[in-house]
Ligand binder design. Structure first.
Ligand code: PEP
Ligand code: MN
Length: 263
């Protein structure tokens, strides 16, 4: 069902009046984690003014260490809903556990499956049934075929609104956090009708390379971007080194406006 052989016409995912996979590029931006009401509302304002159409922020955070900040959970979801009310931005947030799918779906416009859960098949099925579009990140060691088969789990459950997200894969290179596999963009476009966006922030892990690789992603044919932006990256509780500050995000959006139509 994910393949072009099944359906040749590109899938356009409709969310809150936006068409993802349509003629315009969409930028999902915001902090890695919702840290406080003030931080989130500030971030929402910044990304909205710069031209993003979706706000991303984690209320449930998968962290490598059990001692790291794991998110504000339902309180964080409430803050995201307030930010949507104030700015009109659609909300993208991660769901990690089948037991919280319904809760997260009450607040989110798009449910994100993170890289660590790409092959959590019970979660994929549960998320598919929530009736919301799903942003499926590529597993950090997943082949394109495995990624498309993970998407298939969602489609087979009757949910056609799947957006794929390339977020870097693990290679021998360790200067960057992961290796951004931009070839995945034209390959996915060739193999599948599903929209594909690129997350340069998690792929690279260093803010200064996010802007050039965002431009490259759009040039390669991506339908959008997922970018981490924090009002004050030095104080971020999560992923500060890869987060753009407000000024750098504005510069990025201006640059993108020069090469593509951004909504
Ligand atoms: C995120 O988007 O904040 C995140 C945890 O990403 P990934 O699953 O790609 O590591
Ligand atoms: Mn992050």
């Amino acid at each position: 069902m994910a393949s072009r052989a099944y359906m040749d016409e590109p899938t356009v995912v409709k969310v809150g009046g936006l068409d993802i996979g349509g003629d315009t590029i969409h930028v999902m931006a915001g902090p890695c984690a919702v840290e406080s009401r003030e931080q989130l509302l500030q971030a929402a304002q910044i990304v909205k003014e710069a031209g993003a159409t979706l706000l991303r922020g984690g209320a449930f955070k998968p962290r490598t260490s059990p001692y790291s900040f794991h998110g504000l959970e339902e309180q964080g979801l409430e803050m995201l809903a307030e930010a949507r009310e104030r700015t009109g931005l659609c909300i993208v947030t991660e769901v990690m556990d089948p037991r919280t799918v319904n809760l997260v779906a009450q607040y989110a416009d798009i449910l994100q499956i993170g890289t660590r859960n790409m092959q959590n098949f019970f979660l994929l099925r549960e998320v598919a049934r929530a009736g919301k579009p799903v942003l499926l990140k590529r597993g950090s060691s997943a082949t394109i075929e495995e990624w498309l088969l993970a998407a298939e789990y969602i489609l087979a459950e009757g949910n056609r609104d799947v957006i794929l997200c390339e977020r870097g894969i693990r290679t021998f290179e360790n200067y960057t956090r992961n290796t951004l596999d931009l070839t995945a963009v034209p390959v996915i476009k060739y193999l599948s009708h599903l929209p594909v966006i690129v997350d340069p922030s998690h792929a690279i892990g260093k803010w200064r390379f996010v802007e050039p690789m965002s431009r490259a992603a759009i040039a390669a044919g991506a339908d959008g971007l997922l970018v981490e932006v924090h009002p004050n990256p030095a104080e971020a509780l999560c992923d500060g080194p890869q987060s753009l500050n407000p000024e750098n995000f504005r510069v990025l959006m201006k640059e993108l406006g020069g090469i593509a139509e951004i909504m």
